[in-house]
Each structure stands twice: as C-alpha cells, then as structure tokens.
Design a protein around this ligand. Sequence first.
Ligand code: GLP
Length: 260
Amino acid sequence: MEVVVLPTYAEMSKAAAAIVANVLNEKPNAVLGMATGSTPLGLYQELVRMHREEGLDFAQVTTFNLDEYVGLRPNHPQSYHYFMHENFFKLVNIAPTNIYIPSGTTSNYRSFCDWYERRITECGGIDVQILGIGSDGHIAFNEPGSSLSSRTRLKTLAKPTIDDNARFFEQREDVPIYAITMGVGTILEARTLVLLANGKNKATACAAMVEGPVTSMITASALQLHPDARVFLDDSAAGELKMRDYYDWVRRKKPDAPQT
Ligand code: GLP
C-alpha cells in the first residue's frame, strides 16, 4: 500500500486525478470505477478541468459505480445516479451507454447484481477504482462484517452510516436503509485502487485501514491485500497514523530509488 499524505484537500484531489489521467493517456478505453460522497468531488472537478483545458478524453471510457441506495429513482437528488450525472458525467464527453451504476429500483436485485458483475468482466475488468471511506471503515457500502470476498449484492446499512448520511436528507427517516454495492472481492479485482480521505472524522478509520489488522470489521483494511493500492490523505485524516514519518520519508526518497 502506498500512503501519500498531502497538506490540503486540493493537493490530495489533484494527485489522485493525475493517476486517473495517466491511465487514460496510456489506455483511452480504460474502465474506471467511480465513487460518490463528498470526498471525491475535488478529484472529479480536477478531471473536468483537465478535460476542458488539457483535452483529457473520456470518449472511449467505461465506468462502473460502486453503489446506490435502494428505493431512490435516478432523478432523486440524493441518488448516486443524480450525483454522478451532476458532478461528473454531464461535464465530460463520456458516452451515456458506457455508464454503469447499480440500480436502486430493479424488480430483481439478485439477478441485477449478477448481471452487474458479469458486465464488469465483459468490459475487461476495472483499471482504476476510486474509493472513499466511511467513518466506520467501510468501502462502498461494505459495512462491518462484510465478507472480504463478497460480490455485488444488497446490503443493510449500519446505523453510523445512516447517521453520517442523514445530513444530505431532510430527516433521518428519509435515509434509505438498504443499498446495492459492489463487494469487497469485486473491488479487490480492480487493477489499481485509489482511496481518498480527508478530515479529522476519518482519522480513526484511516489508521485502522492502513495500520490495523486485515478484518471484515473494517472493510477498507482489505486494501492491504491489494498489490497496487494507493491511499491519499490530507493532514487531518492522517492524524492517527503511527508510521506517518515513514510514509513521508518513502515519498521523499522515491525519486532516487533504483528503477525496477
Ligand atoms: C458512503 C458511500 C461511500 C463513501 C462514504 C463516505 O457511505 N457509500 O462510498 O466513501 O459515504 O462519504 P463522504 O466522502 O461523504 O465522507
């Protein structure tokens, strides 16, 4: 796992966007795994800027989103469909037919989930998966106790997640209780993982993810099992890391390292 701590949210977002841009420059038809939440907004803004000012091209790109609330229609302002459309898809030249987001309103969740997994495989697998982290250490909606080999499925949200997300809804009762989410196993199959976290309220979860044991109680800790996981944190999210000095040292020394 590569841990990169940067002083500000803006720098963190730019560093993560540069990884996505590099992949697209090398593979214009790359498959991107998209995340929602407030954390990746800066990354999306930077990709949109690169598209407008530097010609970063999404014409051949395919995307798969991590998750969606059950029961929200795509035009619901809190649905992840709506979020992605407003904050990213409508701002770049991605083909609508290449966009995949789990359905929150299918009549058959099980067969939808199987189809979603199959589509990821048929499209060649995910090249770069963008991730945030919940305050309880979840990735996507893989709540504590999710199998580390889980696949796309319906999950019941944990109470802390409902509390965290209540800020986006008029009242707590409006927050959906179920979600459809890629599994931890699905996420681990992406070729590169890019996880972003900022703010003090993520510090405990980030320390558990990076330095704690691999456990289904903190599903983000599964990133320790991945051969190319890159974690971008701002200073506050890195506040509880015990090995912070070492991560900074590794970064400083990286340019001088022998080429492998
Ligand atoms: C939700 C999403 C996660 C996201 C998390 C953190 O639970 N399912 O994918 O990482 O929220 O969101 P935020 O970035 O707003 O803190």
